[in-house]
Ligand binder design. Structure first.
Ligand SMILES: NC(=O)c1ccc[n+]([C@@H]2O[C@H](COP(=O)([O-])OP(=O)(O)OC[C@H]3O[C@@H](n4cnc5c(N)ncnc54)[C@H](O)[C@@H]3O)[C@@H](O)[C@H]2O)c1
Length: 254
C-alpha cells in the first residue's frame, strides 16, 4: 500500500541542522526515509548530525554554511548535486533572536536578526529553488514562528518582524513557483525547548507566564515538529502551498 507520507528516496537540505529544531528535523526526516544534507554555521555540529544519521543507517552529508553568504550556499548546493544528483526539499531552520527593548535596540543587532532569518531564508530558498524550479517539483518548509502572526512583547521587535517577513516570503514564493510545481509552506511553532530559549528556561516566572498562554499547557519539544514537516514535504501535502501551519499547542487559537 502506498504511504503518502513516505520520504524514501527524497533528498532534503536542512539549514540550522547542528542543534535544536533543525537537528531534530534532520534526524526525524532521515527516520522517515529521506537522505539529508545538514547545513549549519557550526560545521562540526552539522557534521555530527550527519554522522548520527549515517550511524543509524541513513544517508547524510554535513557541511558548514553561513546562510547569509550566497557563495557558501551555492557551493553546498553544488556539493549536494554532485553527491546525491538532485534535491527534492529544503527546510530553512537556521535562525537567531536578539531580545532588547525597542528604544535600546542597536541597529546592527536589528539588522543581524533580519539578515539571518529573512535574507538567509531567501538566499537558501533561491539557491535550492533554481534547481527545484528547473526540475518542476519540490517542497520548501520555512520555520517561521507564532511571532509571524502574533505580537510577543518583551523586546522581540526584530524577531517578530523577521518571522512576519518569512511568512510573507513563503506566500510570495508559493505563488511565484506554483506554476513550476514547487510548493512553499511555513511552520509557526510556539516556544520549543531548544538552546535558543535558554534565557526563558532559566526564568521560572517568565516561563510560567508563557506556558499559561499555550492551551496544551506546556512547551513544545523539537521532535514534535517532525510530523508537520514530513507532511509539508511529502505527497500528502500535494495541494498545500503558501500555508503557515501552526504547531503551537493552541497558542494562536486563543
Ligand atoms: N525554540 C523556539 O522556541 C522556536 C519557536 C519558533 C520558531 N523557532 C525557530 O526555529 C528555528 C530554529 O530555532 P532553534 O530553537 O532550534 O534555535 P537554536 O539556536 O537551538 O539552533 C539554531 C541553529 O541555527 C544555526 N545558525 C544560526 N545562524 C546561522 C547562520 N547564519 N547560518 C547557518 N546556521 C546558522 C545555529 O548554529 C544553530 O545550530 C529558528 O528559525 C527559530 O527562530 C524557534
Amino acid at each position: 500500500m502506498s504511504n503518502l507520507f513516505d520520504l524514501s528516496g527524497r533528498v532534503v537540505v536542512v539549514t540550522g541542522a547542528g542543534q535544536g529544531i533543525g537537528q531534530a528535523l534532520a534526524l526525524g526526516l532521515a527516520e522517515n526515509g529521506a537522505a539529508l544534507v545538514c547545513l549549519d554555521l557550526n560545521g562540526e555540529a552539522a557534521a555530527a548530525t550527519a554522522t548520527t544519521i549515517t550511524r543509524r543507517g541513513g544517508a547524510a552529508l554535513g557541511l558548514p554554511v553561513d546562510v547569509r553568504q550566497s557563495d557558501q550556499i551555492d557551493a553546498a548546493v553544488q556539493h549536494t548535486l554532485a553527491h546525491f544528483d538532485r534535491i527534492d526539499g529544503l527546510v530553512n531552520a537556521a535562525g537567531i533572536t536578539v531580545r532588547t527593548p525597542a528604544v535600546e535596540f542597536s541597529p546592527d543587532d536589528w539588522r543581524r536578526v533580519i539578515d539571518v532569518n529573512v535574507v538567509g531564508t531567501f538566499l537558501c530558498t533561491q539557491a535550492v529553488g533554481k534547481h527545484l524550479v528547473a526540475r518542476r517539483r519540490g517542497s520548501v518548509v520555512n520555520v517561521a514562528s507564532i511571532a509571524a502572526l502574533a505580537a510577543m512583547g518583551r523586546g522581540n521587535t526584530a524577531y517578530t518582524a523577521s518571522k512576519g517577513g518569512v511568512a510573507a516570503l513563503t506566500r510570495e514564493l508559493a505563488v511565484e513557483w506554483a506554476p513550476f510545481g514547487v510548493r512553499v509552506n511555513a511552520l509557526a511553532p510556539c516556544h520549543i525547548r531548544t538552546p535558543l530559549i535558554e534565557p526563558i528556561l532559566r526564568d521560572q516566572d517568565l516561563l510560567a507566564r508563557l506556558v499559561s498562554n499555550i492551551p496544551l499547557g506546556r512547551l513544545g519539544e523539537p521532535a514534535e515538529l517532525v510530523g508537520p514537516t514530513v507532511f509539508l514535504l511529502s505527497d500528502a501535502a500535494s495541494l498545500v502551498t503558501g500555508h503557515v501551519l501552526a504547531a503551537d499547542g493552541g497558542f494562536l487559537a486563543r
